[in-house]
Write a protein that binds this ligand. Structure first.
Ligand SMILES: C[S@@+](CC[C@H](N)C(=O)[O-])C[C@H]1O[C@@H](n2cnc3c(N)ncnc32)[C@H](O)[C@@H]1O
Length: 653
C-alpha cells in the first residue's frame, strides 16, 4: 500500500493531513513518572497522580478517566506490575517495554473493533511477522524478540482474564507486536525530546519510506481538558490510498470512529518539497545522514525491505552519498591512509568506542583528546609520540564519521567548560580557560551546522536535521556573545540587526513573527537559503578565526559554511588564517595577554558573534516553521531566545 498526493502541492510546509489521532501509544519507561500517559504532556506535579491505583501517571482526572481502562483492560497493568517484576516469570526481554505495551493496547483495540484479518495485515496495517519467518536466518535477532514479546504479552492477557487453560500459541500477540515494530513512530514532544511511541491508522501508516522524502511529520499534543473530538475532515486530507483495492475498500482512511483513540498524541503530515498530483508521498524512517550501506542495513533489519528510492537507485551515487563516505581530501594534501575496507572498519570501531565510552559517563576530556587525535592522526595510541607538524587530517570534513564526531565534540567541550566554571566560580584564569573550551564547543557546533547545511543544499530532505543544528548553533553563539555580560538586551540587538539585513527581515516574517501568513514556494525557499549561506559565510570569515584560534584540528577548516574551498584550493591549509585575533581579550574587559588588540576591534568580535547567532537562529526557526509549523515549540524556543524570554512581545507589529 502507499499514499499519493490527491492534488498538486506547490508550497513547502503545507499540512497534507489533518491531525490524526492514534490507534495505540505508550510512553518510554523512563518517562512513565514524568509525563501524562494519556496526553504525553509533562507533569507539573508528578506526586498528585489522580489515579494512585495505576502505575501510570496522569495530569488530571479527565486524562485518567480517558486512559485508565485501556491500561487495565489491555493487560498492560499486569505486564508492568506482575510479570516484569516477578522472578516467577523469567524473561530475556531487555530494555524499554513501550513497544510491548503499545502492542497490548493495539491488540485490545482490535478486540473492541474487529476488522479484516489476514496473516500479514490486521485492520489494514501491515505486520512483517510472516516475512521474518520466511527469512528466519536473516532476521534471527528480530524474531527472537518478537517471540519473547509475544510470550510476555500472552502471559499478561491470560493473567488479566484469569485464564491459564487452553493456551495454544501466541500468533496474535506476535503479529500485533510485529505490527507495532513495522508501523510505530517515535513521538517527539519538543526540541530533542522524544517521549514514547504511537501507532496511527492507514492514513499515516500506509506512507512508505524514501531516503529523499517529500514529506515529514509533526505531533500535536492535545491538553487534558480539550475534548478530543475535533480530528479534522476528509477535505483536509490531501493524500489518498493506492494499492490493493480490496484492502482500501475495507478500511476507512481517516474518519473511522471505530478506529481511533480520540485522545493521545496526534500526528500531521507536512510537505517539505513540491509534490505533483498523483506522486507518491514518502517520509523517512531512518537517519538520512547515514551512508547508503548503513541506511540499507537499518531498513532491512527493522522494516524488512530494500530501498529503491531515487537516492538509493541513482546510477552514480548522489553528491551527498559520495561525500558522506569520502575517505580524505587528497587535493588538500590530507592523508588517505584508510582506504581499504579493513582499516576503515578498524577506524570506525575506534570512533564508535570513543563516543560510547563518553556517553556512558566517560571523561569529556579524554573523549576530546581521543576524537581529535583520531580526526588528525587516524588512530589513537597514547604512547605514540608524533611531531605535530608532521600530522595532517585523515578524514574528509564531510565524512559521516567526522559529522558524528563534531556532534560529540561540541557537547564534550561544552560540558568541560561548564564543569570548570562550576568548580572554580571566582578564579579569572579558569574563566579564561572555560571561555576557550566554550568557543571550541561553539566552533564544532558551527562546523556541524555548516557541514549539514552544505549537504542539505543538495538534498533538501535533510531539512529537519539542518533546522535542529542551526538552532542549537545560534543558541550557543548567543551564549558566547553574552559571555560575562549580564545586561544585554537580545531584542535590541535583534532590532538593530533587522534594520541592517534584509534577509533577516524576510526570515523573521517567514518564521511567523509578523501576522501575515505566507508559505514558501521552492524558488523562494532556495533564494532564502542561498542568501543565508552567503550572509553567514561572510560573517563567519571574521568569527571563525576567533573561534578556532590555536586549535589543532579546527585550524584546517578554512570556512565552516561554504565548503567550496574543499574543491578549489591547493594551498596549505594553515595559510588560511593570516589574521590573528586574540580570543582572551574577547572575554574580559582588560586585555589579559597584552596583545594590544584595540577595544573597538574586541567589540567588533562580539558583535560578529551576535550577528552570526541571530542569523543561525532565525534561519533555524524558518526551517522549523516549514517542518513543524509556525506555532511549534521549536519556533517558540527561537522566539524566546531572541526576545530574551519575552515570548509575548512581537518583534514586528
Ligand atoms: C509503515 S508500513 C508502510 C505501508 C506499507 N507499504 C503497507 O503496505 O502497509 C512499512 C512497511 O512498508 C514497506 N515499505 C516501506 N517503505 C518501503 C519502500 N521504500 N520500499 C519497499 N517497501 C517499503 C516495508 O515492508 C515496511 O516494513
Amino acid at each position: 500500500m502507499e499514499m499519493r498526493a490527491s492534488e498538486a502541492i506547490e508550497t513547502l510546509g503545507l499540512d497534507l493531513t489533518p491531525q490524526i489521532p492514534p490507534l495505540s501509544f505508550s510512553l518510554f519507561d523512563t518517562f512513565l513518572h514524568s509525563h501524562c500517559s494519556s496526553c504525553f504532556i509533562s507533569l507539573s506535579n508528578p506526586n498528585s497522580n489522580p489515579n494512585p491505583s495505576s502505575i501510570l501517571y496522569y495530569c488530571s482526572p479527565h486524562c485518567s478517566k480517558l486512559d485508565s481502562h485501556r491500561h487495565f483492560d489491555s493487560g498492560e497493568h499486569h505486564l508492568l506490575s506482575h510479570i516484569l517484576q516477578s522472578p516467577q516469570y523469567p524473561t530475556t526481554w531487555e530494555g524499554d517495554t513501550s513497544d510491548l505495551r503499545a502492542a497490548l493496547r493495539l491488540l485490545h483495540h482490535f478486540e473492541e473493533h474487529p476488522g479484516t484479518h489476514k496473516p500479514d495485515r490486521i485492520n489494514g496495517l501491515l505486520s512483517n511477522r510472516e516475512r521474518m519467518l520466511e527469512k528466519s536466518e536473516e532476521f534471527r535477532d528480530g524474531l527472537v524478540r518478537v517471540r519473547e514479546g509475544g510470550r510476555l504479552m500472552s502471559l499478561a492477557r491470560r493473567m488479566r482474564d484469569g485464564d491459564f487453560n487452553g493456551f495454544d500459541d501466541n500468533v496474535a500477540e506476535e503479529s500485533v507486536l510485529s505490527q507495532v515494530l513495522t508501523n510505530a513512530v517515535e513521538v517527539q514532544v519538543s526540541e530533542q525530546l522524544v517521549v514514547g511511541v504511537a501507532v496511527y491508522g492507514p492514513s499515516f501508516s500506509w506512507i512508505n519510506h524514501s531516503c529523499s522524502p517529500n514529506a515529514c511529520y509533526r505531533f500535536s499534543l492535545v491538553g487534558s481538558e480539550t475534548l478530543a473530538l475535533d480530528c479534522g475532515t476528509e477535505e483536509e486530507l490531501r493524500i489518498s490510498a493506492f494499492g490493493d483495492e480490496e484492502i482500501v475498500k475495507n478500511v476507512t482512511i481517516l474518519r473511522d470512529s471505530a478506529g481511533l483513540c480520540h485522545y493521545g498524541p496526534r500526528i500531521i503530515v507536512r510537505s517539505i518539497k513540491p509534490i505533483k498530483e498523483g506522486e507518491e508521498v514518502c517520509v523517512s524512517y531512518t537517519d538520512l545522514l547515514q551512508p547508503k550501506a548503513t541506511r540499507r542495513t537499518d531498513l532491512w533489519l527493522q522494516w524488512q525491505f530494500i530501498c529503491n528510492c531515487t537516492r538509493c537507485s541513482a546510477l552514480q551515487p548522489t553528491y551527498v552519498d559520495r561525500v558522506l563516505q569520502e575517505n580524505a581530501a587528497p587535493n588538500l594534501g590530507w592523508d588517505r591512509s584508510f582506504d581499504t575496507d579493513e582499516s576503515y572498519k578498524e577506524l570506525a570501531g575506534f570512533f564508535d568506542e570513543a563516543i560510547s565510552e563518553y556517553l556512558s559517563n566517560g571523561s569529556p576530556e579524554t573523549c576530546c583528546n581521543k576524537l581529535e587525535f583520531m580526526l588528525i592522526q587516524g588512530f589513537w595510541e597514547e604512547k605514540l609520540q608524533i611531531d605535530p607538524s608532521l600530522l595532517s587530517p585523515k578524514f574528509h570534513p564531510l565524512h559521516f564519521l567526522s559529522i558524528n564526531t563534531y556532534t560529540t565534540l561540541a557537547s564534550a567541550y561544552k560540558i568541560r567548560a561548564n564543569n570548570l566554571l562550576a568548580a572554580h566560580v571566582e578564579a579569572d584564569c579558569h574563566t579564561i580557560q572555560a571561555f576557550d573550551l566554550s568557543r571550541t564547543s561553539v566552533a564544532y557546533s558551527l562546523l556541524l551546522a555548516g557541514a549539514v547545511h552544505h549537504l542539505f543544499l543538495s538534498e533538501s530532505s535533510l531539512i529537519a536535521t539542518a533546522c535542529n543544528f542551526w538552532i542549537s548553533t545560534g543558541e550557543s553563539l548567543l551564549r558566547l556573545a553574552n559571555w560575562r555580560l549580564s545586561d544585554i538586551s537580545h531584542s535590541s540587538v535583534l532590532m538593530q540587526s533587522l534594520g541592517k539585513c534584509s534577509l533577516l527581515q524576510k526570515l523573521e516574517s517567514e518564521m511567523g513573527f509578523s501576522r501575515s501568513q505566507t508559505f514558501s514556494t521552492k524558488t523562494e525557499f532556495e533564494k532564502i537559503s542561498k542568501g543565508f549561506t552567503d550572509c553567514v559565510s561572510r560573517i563567519s570569515l571574521n568569527v571563525w578565526p576567533l573561534l578556532t584560534q590555536g586549535h589543532q584540528y579546527l585550524k584546517y577548516i578554512k570556512d565552516p559554511v561554504d565548503f567550496g574551498w574543499l574543491r578549489t584550493t591547493n594551498v596549505g591549509v594553515a595559510a588560511v588564517f593570516a589574521t590573528e585575533t586574540c580570543p582572551c581579550c574577547y572575554c574580559v574587559d582588560i586585555c589579559c595577554c597584552s596583545c594590544g588588540v584595540e577595544a573597538s576591534e574586541r567589540k567588533g568580535d562580539r558583535s560578529g558573534v551576535f550577528q552570526l547567532g541571530i542569523h543561525c537562529l532565525l534561519y533555524g526557526g524558518y526551517l522549523a516553521s516549514i517542518c513543524y509549523g509556525r506555532h511549534c515549540s521549536l519556533t517558540g524556543h527561537v522566539r524566546n531566545l531572541l526576545c530574551g524570554g519575552d515570548n509575548e512581545t512581537p518583534f514586528v507589529s
